[in-house]
Design a protein around this ligand. Structure first.
Ligand code: IMP
Length: 430
């Protein structure tokens, strides 16, 4: 099957970067289909490849370190052109071979994030007060809103100065009408135009009809890897609304966000051996005690984009089963299993609803009021970070994997036991 889609299963930060990097070795195209530079995909590489080892990518697809791959930013992504130029610059400084038009392409249909969107995002968060979403403040929601409102700018506009000026004026008129009464600084249109044109000049060789490139590639039998951002429970429609991002981060977004039609595809869901969430919103298995703090410390659970501490909790089989069904997940990659050394192994198998009933379905409402029903299994004290063979894991660790498979109905094909490229236990096809 030439196309594989990788999605985060819960609220993002599951370790997709490492899995994409692993799969990219046998892939021709790696494609981001949604989100923007709110994402932070971390790769831990051998020093000879990119200097210091750890590389955090926000917009550029995680296949970029493999010289044979073409990396595509699809139409479903919202692109901050200034940030993209900086990210390419950073990759050059790290010694990576990145050439727009050859191994990095950007869809001309992708929408642009402007300074106006960042300002609006941060202002809206403040205005929400206690009901704030906890966004990354990078302008993601307002950029997608303007796409729906049909006043957005597209990446292709950056190469059309007259159209760009006109479109920018139209958008700035609307924003200033909002910013003025709210006491926000009005937009400096000339400065924005100048910056956007400069970014357009820089990005021009890579700006293409990416949908056509991908459809042609698929017709030619090329192997395509669709790289999800965030996670299924942050999906605008299927996630924990309104505490979600503004794009379709489950598998459905892979089609609209690339211009590739639905066809046979293998979907891999990435999930941690425990659960984390950054930002606000319901999290049934969240730990508010020292165990949560200990997991955060053991797993170094701090956001790779904003540095915020991540909320930590037990594995939630109800939520994982739901996301697996919504995204048509064929198998799971279980990450950060090494982090659970010395912890009891607990997982939620159902929820008690506020009316006393019990369910194994993720409810659309009242998720903040459910009581997770948790089972506990014996933990392991061994260091499993050097294990590469499933049968060499402690029996208790294998029992936990079996319990996850039983309660989610999903097969665990691969287990990650550390951030390094080779720290994987493969059981199947992933
Ligand atoms: P936004 O995407 O910046 O609008 O933020 C909306 C919600 O999604 C907030 O709770 C963010 O913390 C969360 N979020 C956005 N991007 C990521 C990500 O890449 N990983 C984890 N959470 C994210």
């Amino acid at each position: 099957m030439p196309t594989t889609c990788v999605v985060g299963i819960l609220w993002g930060d599951e370790g997709k970067g490492k899995v994409i990097d692993h799969l990219a070795a046998e892939t021709d195209y790696v494609v981001r289909f949604g989100g923007g530079h709110n994402a932070g995909h971390t790769l831990v590489l051998p020093p000879e490849l990119a200097g210091e080892g750890k590389l955090v990518l926000h917009l550029v697809p995680s296949g970029i370190v493999h010289p044979h791959t073409v990396n595509v930013i699809g139409n479903g992504v919202v692109v901050d052109p200034l940030h993209l130029c900086e990210e390419v610059e950073m990759l050059h400084k790290r010694g990576l071979d990145v050439e727009l038009g050859r191994n990095l392409l950007v869809s001309e249909r992708a929408h642009v994030i402007l300074e106006a969107h960042r300002r609006q995002d941060q202002w809206a968060e403040q205005a929400r007060g206690k009901g704030r979403i906890g966004t990354t403040g990078r302008g993601i929601g307002p950029a997608y809103s303007d796409r729906c409102g049909r006043i957005g700018l597209r990446v292709g506009d950056l190469c059309r100065p007259d159209q760009l000026r006109e479109a920018l004026d139209g958008l700035a008129d609307q924003k200033d009408a909002l910013f003025g009464p709210a006491g926000l600084e009005l937009l400096d249109r000339e400065q924005m135009l100048e910056q956007l044109l400069a970014a357009g000049d820089r990005l021009r060789p890579g700006i293409v009809d990416a949908g056509k490139v991908l459809r042609d590639a698929r017709a030619a039998g090329k192997r395509i890897l669709l790289e999800g951002a965030q996670g299924c429970l942050l999906d605008l429609e299927h996630g924990t609304y309104p505490f979600v991002t503004s794009s379709h981060s489950s598998t459905g977004g892979a089609f609209s966000g690339t211009g590739m039609p639905p066809h046979q595809m293998r979907t891999i869901g990435i999930v941690k051996a425990y659960a984390t969430r950054v930002g606000e919103g319901p999290f049934p298995t969240e730990l508010h005690d020292e165990t949560g703090d200990a997991i955060r410390k053991a797993g170094n659970e701090y956001g790779s984009t904003t540095g915020r501490p991540r909320r930590c909790g037990w594995f939630d089989a109800v939520a994982v089963r739901y996301s697996g069904a919504v995204s048509g997940v064929d198998e799971l990659v279980l990450t950060c299993f090494d982090v659970l050394r010395g912890f009891p192994l607990r997982l939620a198998t159902s929820y008690r609803m506020p009316d006393g009933s019990e369910t194994t379905d993720l409810p659309a409402f009242d998720l903040g009021a459910v009581e997770p029903q948790v089972v506990e299994l014996p933990g392991f004290d061994e260091d499993i970070s050097t294990v590469r063979d499933f049968d060499a894991l402690p029996q208790t660790a294998r029992d936990y994997v079996a319990a996850i498979e039983h309660h989610t109905g999903l097969r665990v094909g691969t287990i990650s036991v550390g951030p390094g490229r080779d720290q994987l236990i493969r059981r199947g096809t992933a």
